[in-house]
Design a protein around this ligand. Structure first.
Ligand code: ATP
Ligand code: MG
Length: 283
């Protein structure tokens, strides 16, 4: 479980607070999505979970952040790393090896994962992410999307209880983005992992996460189920965050008196809506 209590943080070099007055609990087994404009504080929030804040970034820290009951100020990031695995937004800063296989092995070896288990997990994550053919490649020769998959594989190989990913699909095409979210869903549902993912693609968040956090200027301005964004369209518009087009279409058809059902959140539901509207119109 993760508990924020009246938590605020200001980077040493800044006048403004990057995060302000955050109080919330994330239960074990949650699948949480975070969205918000650039500079909203999404990455900063993820740094607090792995202890990079306050241990690597100096600043003013108020309130408390606890991960599995451990106060992140009191325990070292190395201790938190036993529970929390984070895929950073800047993957280049995360990479420690020059060869793909070494990158995936590095974390496991440092964590003292038994030798035969290391081989099994290496195979498992290479297959899971579809990157077996990249195993012997130089990381510097990979595309952004390939690097992103390697960074994710390296974290998953450590089998953390809490998986934090900061814009993990930024460099990926739509098919690979869906693949990543399918993997996260499986880890969440089948293995009970807590998944916290910063993501700009609102459709992916609506389809996969159980809980959505919208951040703006260091604060959480919405915290609820993704279905509830249907009532939050003005908030999203004000922040300049796109709501899924299917939501807008649903609202327009409703406003025009052509549709009376629930507003769709994904393409399957949208298809059902359009069929209903067409059937009503006698098409
Ligand atoms: N290392 C740092 N030192 C000083 N200020 C920082 C540092 N990192 C981030 N900030 C500031 O903290 C605020 C929040 O930044 P953060 O990177 O958490 O936002 P973000 O929501 O992740 O943005 P993006 O969508 O661009 O990744 C911004 O005002 C940013 O300028
Ligand atoms: Mg960020």
């Amino acid at each position: 479980m993760i508990q924020f209590e009246d938590f605020s943080f200001r980077y040493k070099s800044s006048e403004a607070f990057a995060l302000q007055g955050i109080s919330m609990t994330i239960e074990n087994g949650a699948f949480v999505g975070i969205i918000g404009n650039s500079g909203a504080g999404k990455s900063t929030l993820t740094y607090t979970l792995s202890g990079i804040i306050p241990h690597h970034f100096d600043g003013d820290f108020y309130g408390s952040v606890k991960v599995n009951g451990l106060d992140t100020v009191e325990v070292k990031p190395e201790k938190l790393a036993q529970f929390v695995g984070e895929v950073f937004q800047d993957i280049d800063s995360q990479m420690v090896s020059s060869i793909v296989e070494d990158e995936i092995l590095f974390g496991m070896e440092n964590f003292g994962v038994p030798h035969d288990e290391i081989g099994r997990r290496l195979d498992s994550v290479l297959d899971m992410l579809g990157i077996r053919d990249l195993k012997d490649r130089q990381i510097s020769s990979l595309s952004g999307g390939q690097k992103q998959k390697v960074a994710i594989a390296a974290i998953l190989a450590m089998d953390p209880e809490i998986i934090v990913l900061d814009e993990p699909t930024g460099e990926l095409d739509p098919a690979s983005s869906i693949m990543i979210f399918d993997i996260l869903r499986r880890l969440n549902r089948e293995f009970g992992k807590t998944v916290i993912v910063v993501e700009q693609k609102i459709m992916l968040l609506c389809e996969y996460v159980d809980r959505l956090l919208v951040m703006d200027a260091g604060k959480i301005v919405f915290d609820g189920r993704s279905e509830e964004i249907v009532q939050q369209v003005p908030l999203f518009k004000n922040l300049g965050i796109n709501v899924p087009r299917v939501v807008e279409l649903g609202q327009q058809l409703t406003a025009a008196g052509l549709y009376h059902g629930a507003i769709p959140l994904d393409l399957d539901q949208a298809e059902k809506m359009v069929k209903e509207v067409l059937a009503d119109a006698g098409v």
